[in-house]
Ligand binder design. Structure first.
Ligand SMILES: C[S@@+](CC[C@H](N)C(=O)[O-])C[C@H]1O[C@@H](n2cnc3c(N)ncnc32)[C@H](O)[C@@H]1O
Length: 282
């Protein structure tokens, strides 16, 4: 994603993703409440939260602020002592972590202490420690059983790589109506491999009873090349075809094949339920 704070930066062009985080607030609330009740008898002194694929800008801390705020309310309501928070912000190494830590974190911390003062009275501090974790979430990022809550929004549709075997998809840059079946299969199999690896890694990193809230782009249609998810890529491919000369066309389009994949919910549920590492909590 584009770093910095300029006009074309992710920080200034991620309102849609912010809205998605807002829409999923009730699910996050339910997950934090469930975590709180499972750990109630043995409440940890320190709670570790990770946001995977955090990108940069306000959104990187938005979900975390919701999670902490819910936790503060739960502790207050049950007269439970507040834990210390360890917050891990993960993205690929090229992500603009500097902008998060230099521009957004100071304001976030200010707001957090204002919130603490208004809810718990002046003088009550909330120890909250932030770290950037550069690396791919398709591998291990954290020590075994070290995380209580994992959040990831609008990131898991990115595959670890463009699938192999896309030859014959010539004028397309993603699955399209004219894509041969082997292209659709290649995308599905890449997603299946990646998502299973993701679940396996997170299963090792979460404490027993830990929770995950994952939000990713999906489609309703059974047809993987339906307009619902592929149209925008088809339009982009048409524009690119117009822009480049015949000579470079194949080269450029091959290079530009999408690393994004949009799944249908039922297939996603199938992958989670057949995983030995994680399960879906109603
Ligand atoms: C659309 S942004 C979403 C950012 C943020 N979660 C939000 O809701 O605004 C997707 C992010 O996922 C990150 N990403 C993609 N593949 C990744 C991977 N394998 N490991 C970690 N981050 C990844 C991208 O670098 C990008 O910053």
């Amino acid at each position: 994603m584009n770093g910095g704070m300029g006009e074309a930066s992710y920080a200034n062009n991620s309102l849609l993703q912010r809205k998605v985080i807002l829409m999923t607030k009730p699910i996050v609330e339910a997950a934090v409440t469930a975590l709180f009740s499972t750990t109630a008898t043995n409440f940890p002194a320190s709670l570790a939260i990770a946001d995977l694929g955090c990108s940069t800008g306000r959104n990187a801390l938005f979900a975390v602020s919701e999670i902490i705020s819910i936790m503060i309310d739960l502790c207050k309501a049950t007269k439970q002592e507040l834990p210390e928070f360890q917050v891990f912000l993960n993205d690929l190494p090229g992500n603009d972590f500097n902008t998060i830590f230099s521009s957004f974190l100071p304001r976030f911390q200010e707001k957090l202490s204002e919130q603490m003062k208004s809810k718990n009275g002046a003088g009550v501090m909330l120890p909250c420690f932030f770290s950037g974790v550069p690396g791919s979430f398709y591998g291990r990022l954290f020590p075994r059983e070290s995380l209580h809550l994992i959040h990831s929004s609008y990131s898991l549709m990115w595959l670890s790589q463009v699938p192999g075997g896309l030859e014959g998809n010539k004028s397309n840059i993603y699955m399209a109506r004219s894509s041969p079946p082997k292209v659709l299969r290649a995308y599905y199999e890449q997603f299946q491999r990646d998502f299973s690896t993701f679940l396996e890694c997170r299963g090792q990193e979460l404490v027993v009873g830990g929770r995950m809230v994952l939000t990713l782009l999906g489609r309703k249609s059974d047809d993987p090349s339906s307009k619902e998810c592929c149209y925008i890529w088809e339009l982009l491919a048409i524009a690119l075809n117009e822009m480049v000369s015949e000579v470079y066309q194949n080269l450029i389009l091959e290079y530009l094949n999408s690393r994004v994949h949009i799944r249908i919910k039922s297939k996603l549920i199938f992958l989670i339920t057949s995983s030995e590492s994680c399960s879906i909590v109603p």
